[in-house]
Design a protein around this ligand. Structure first.
Ligand SMILES: C[S@@+](CC[C@H](N)C(=O)[O-])C[C@H]1O[C@@H](n2cnc3c(N)ncnc32)[C@H](O)[C@@H]1O
Length: 438
């Protein structure tokens, strides 16, 4: 018996169920459902991920990220062609995936239509005809037309930024979050040579920025542990501690280990503490690949009774991560106005634990990748009013390797995703260097 190589509709739908688009759909459904979960974790832990090759993985990630980043604009573009918004979240997400391929990723229309309709046949068969009709009508439209006057940032978030930084920067943040960011890697040794080999540019003190790249694990130098992935702004924080060579540094909230690696590369004796078992596994794997051997403790830093007397403590605290929307656009869709206050309470407990671990003349570097006042300046104001004996010491901005940063009157600092726009932007961090009163 000869088997036909032409896929039947049923065969195509079966194939679509295990495809890059299907995985992107599962991420959107999980992230935008009733119990929202972080998109990256849904993607990284998806059982189908291992069946995709590197190209399909990258496409799947780009597809769901594009939908989350431009969701309001995509919905507006679809609204012009849909009689009634589907009640099924899955069906709505299939439409978004189709629209993102046509209007953002410039996927050839025949491929975008066929693959998305096959996906609908597999995951929401009742709506496959509608998906076909709507996407056909969308071919040739421009997202810019539908997006006019639309702000992707929720209004409560935009207002919090306008209040903290002014309306102009809040608008700049909206613009900075609109596109796929470049890949930044930290390369502590032979940076120039690696930049040339990888086709990137040098930024800040130790970053190479790559605009076009293949799968990360297949890039030169990855397997040999010559560099690690880390946004240029994230990489600017550890140098604020000054020379840490030979000093005993406690790294609280260490996984996946970008800053742990920087501390090790700078010659510090590092104790890294991380509360999440799963993330500690990644931390260990990363340190092994990079050839570093920090002491790794899996524990809640607030309850850890070991240690004490550290020369320096780095507290890279869990936060709302609103400074990393470029890389994690799901933050736009899942954060609530009450989240910053909730995270600030957790950060306060961690700050108290960090202070307990310091030697009498030790320094504490507090950092969050958040733009929210409560988690940054508000946290430092509270430390002063709580009479913890700690006060900020001015950061030395010359240690930033020429990166733009906003240094405040009290010596604390923040980086803004609205800065470095021509080079592809940077994440938003708040950082404070603290010492005991004399
Ligand atoms: C912002 S991330 C750290 C990023 C990391 N420093 C890096 O540069 O790659 C915060 C980390 O703190 C961890 N964490 C949260 N609460 C913690 C606690 N109570 N004790 C220790 N680690 C904690 C989280 O699991 C998360 O891995």
């Amino acid at each position: 018996m000869r088997l036909s190589t032409r896929a039947t509709p049923a065969g195509s739908a079966r194939k679509a169920a295990g495809s890059a688009r299907s995985l992107a759909l599962d991420v959107l459904d999980g992230c935008l459902g009733l119990k929202p979960r972080a998109a990256e974790s849904l993607f990284d832990n998806h059982p189908g991920l291992g069946r995709l090759d590197a190209r399909d993985r990258a496409f799947s990630r780009l597809l769901y990220a594009s939908c989350l980043r431009r969701m309001k604009a995509l919905d507006a573009a679809l609204a012009a062609h849909v009689k009634k918004t589907p009640k099924s979240l899955t069906l709505l997400n299939i439409l978004r995936l189709g629209a993102a391929q046509l209007l953002i990723l410039e996927t050839p229309p025949h491929a975008a239509l066929k693959e998305t309709v096959d996906l609908a046949r597999a995951k929401a068969p009742h709506g496959a005809g509608m998906v076909n009709a709507v996407l056909r009508r969308l071919v040739g439209s421009r997202l810019a037309d539908a997006a006019a006057g639309i702000r992707e940032t929720p209004s409560w978030l935009h207002e919090s930024w306008a209040q903290a930084f002014g309306e102009r920067e809040a608008d700049g943040l909206e613009a900075a979050h609109g596109g796929e960011p470049p890949l930044d890697i930290t390369c502590p040794v032979d940076r120039e040579a690696w930049a040339e080999r990888l086709g990137g540019i040098c930024l800040g003190k130790a970053t190479i920025r790559l605009r076009d790249h293949g799968a990360i694990g297949e890039l030169a130098g990855y397997g040999e542990g010559r560099w690690w992935v880390q946004d240029v702004a994230a990489a600017a924080l550890v140098p604020l501690l000054g020379d840490v060579a030979g000093r005993h540094v406690l790294d609280i909230g260490a996984a996946p280990g970008g800053k742990t690696a920087q501390l090790c590369a700078a010659g510090a004796r590092v104790t890294a503490i991380e509360s999440s078992d799963a993330r500690a596994v990644r931390l260990r794997e990363n340190m092994k690949r990079l050839g570093f051997a920090p002491e790794i403790i899996v524990a809640d830093a607030c309850e850890w009774t070991g240690g004490g007397g550290f020369d320096a403590v780095l507290l890279d605290a869990p936060c709302t991560a609103t400074g990393t929307i470029r890389r994690h656009p799901d933050i736009l869709r899942v954060r609530k106005p009450s989240d910053a206050a909730r995270m600030a309470r957790q950060q306060r407990r961690l700050l108290e634990a960090a202070i307990r671990q310091l030697s009498p003349d030790g320094v504490l570097l507090y950092a969050v990748c958040s733009l929210q006042h409560e988690e940054g300046p508000g946290q430092i104001e509270r430390l002063a009013s709580d009479a913890t004996g700690m006060e900020p010491v001015p950061v030395d901005a010359t240690r930033l390797g020429g990166l733009p940063a906003h240094v405040h009157a009290d010596g604390t600092l923040r980086t803004s995703p609205a800065d470095l726009a021509d080079e592809g932007g940077m994440d938003g961090f708040f950082a404070a260097l603290l010492k005991r009163h004399a």
